[in-house]
Design a protein around this ligand. Structure first.
Ligand SMILES: C[S@@+](CC[C@H](N)C(=O)[O-])C[C@H]1O[C@@H](n2cnc3c(N)ncnc32)[C@H](O)[C@@H]1O
Length: 442
């Protein structure tokens, strides 16, 4: 009987012990805004640093393809370093680049789109100058909270962590959201059990603040009365609660509809539905979309949300809006019907059931604005038989570049891509890309 083969496990090369500290030069900014230096040929990622910094860092561990480190001492400051405007910068994970002068920050951010498109084979010349949305305009934010040993912390998560940084200021937020924090802290201390945490989606609408609290809690009658009293005293439009993992949203106080307005048409925003984070950002994106679509019509507005592009487009053309969130689709339809807008609405999952080539034939232009994963399935259908004009709005340069490649392989040409910085000082970037079908395209 032959011996069973012996499997000898290849001995892994012992990992070199990590140095505890290093003196390094930062040479570039990474995709998430960390400064990057080098040690033994591998990248060392150091948050809150800028190219040109010479630093002593503490090595925290390995990170994907390199090392993660924390700045201990700035030995020589690189050019473009400025004092961060917010006292929480560095602790709070919301911002990555408040310490960099505007011009260099803007070049880095636009560069995120340039790099993603270049990797997909597009020329930098197609990327327009970036439109920057000023801080202080955020009408929507998701706050995190935790209650431990009687102490209630309310703010944002720390960098790459579940820790909550209690915030007293935030230069990004619009006034009504900031003013909400002190009374909300008191409310949560009363209502949330010790050891619990959660999130609050707060939206400043035309009719007042709309709050959706997402947390585990046993709300007794007394808690419910306290929550309703808070809605009254803070003059909220609405206060709702959702338990984590539960789809259902429980209304706790509905004092009036939470209304947002698109091209003059008021839409009653359902709790938890998508809304562009600032009116200025929404306006910038809508202007780019309208400008690109011009006089074309009929238009399909895919991933339409509550209609931020649908209603501006409907001023000039017949629009078919498609949205996957049933509540958002209902809100859009109800507003369209109420105002007699030239809009038809379809609730449809475009990831699994994209508009097919045969359905796309009746449009002269298609606008699509998917979530971060992009619109791979829809781009495939557009590539097969899309209309003369396609406008892609994106919050993720990588998936935009992928979908752009699909469109170009189907016979489109990328005309231009405009970056819109709706999330100042963060690594998030939005963009609007315009495609025209080439004569003789597939
Ligand atoms: C980035 S938002 C854009 C919404 C809208 N265009 C706006 O500017 O407010 C993406 C929208 O796509 C919707 N969505 C996400 N996944 C979807 C899917 N698989 N099918 C259809 N819609 C989807 C979301 O509900 C959300 O309203």
């Amino acid at each position: 009987m032959s011996r069973p083969p012996r499997f000898v496990r290849a001995r892994a090369k012992p990992a070199a012990a990590l140095p505890r500290t290093l003196d390094i030069d930062i040479t570039e900014l990474g995709a998430r805004g960390d400064g990057i230096g080098r040690h033994d040929g591998q990248p060392v990622f150091v948050p809150c640093t800028v190219p040109g910094d010479h630093l002593r860092v503490r090595v925290d561990g390995r990170k994907s393809d390199g090392l993660a480190a924390t700045a201990l001492e700035l030995l020589r400051a690189g050019p473009g370093r400025v004092t961060p405007p917010c006292r929480h910068f560095g602790d709070c994970g919301g911002c990555a680049l408040q310490h960099l002068e505007d011009g260099r920050y803007g070049a880095w951010k636009r560069g995120q789109l340039v790099t993603a498109l270049r990797r997909a084979g597009f020329d930098e010349a197609l990327v327009a100058p970036m439109i920057a949305i000023a801080p202080g305009s955020r009408r929507r934010a998701t706050f995190a909270f935790v209650r431990r040993q009687g102490e209630l912390r309310l703010g944002f998560h720390a960098r790459a962590s579940h820790q909550v940084v209690d915030i007293a200021e935030c230069p990004l937020l619009a006034g009504p959201l900031l003013d909400l924090l002190p009374p909300l802290r008191i409310l949560l201390r009363d209502v949330v059990e010790d050891g619990r945490d959660g999130d609050i989606v707060a939206t400043a609408t035309e009719t007042g603040l709309d709050l959706l609290i997402e947390a585990e809690a046993r709300l007794d009658l007394f808690d419910r009365e306290r929550l309703a009293a808070f809605a009254e005293s803070a003059d909220l439009a609405r206060l709702s609660w959702r338990r984590p993992g539960a789809g259902m949203i429980e209304p706790l106080a509905h004092r009036r509809p939470a209304v947002v307005r698109f091209a003059g048409i008021g839409v009653a925003l359902p709790p938890g539905s998508f809304l562009q984070p600032s009116p200025e950002g929404e306006q910038a994106l809508a202007c780019l979309v309208l400008d690109a679509v011009g006089a074309a019509g009929p238009v399909a507005d895919l991933f339409a949300g509550c209609g931020s592009f649908t209603f501006p487009l409907a001023r000039k053309a017949v629009v078919h809006a498609v949205e996957g969130d049933p509540a958002a689709a209902r809100a859009l339809k109800s507003a369209a019907d109420h105002h007699g807008a030239r809009v038809s609405v379809e609730c449809r999952d475009l990831a699994h059931r994209p508009l097919l080539a045969a359905e796309l034939k009746r449009f002269q232009a298609v606008v699509f604005d998917p979530p971060r994963v992009g619109a791979a399935a829809q781009a495939e259908q557009l590539a097969q038989a899309g209309p003369p004009l396609v406008v892609a709005v994106s919050c993720n340069p990588a998936t935009l570049a992928r979908d752009a490649r699909t469109l170009v392989q189907g016979g489109y040409r990328l005309i231009r891509a405009t970056p819109v910085d709706q999330f100042p000082w963060s690594a998030h970037l939005e963009a609007v890309a315009v495609f025209e079908r080439q004569a003789g395209g597939r």
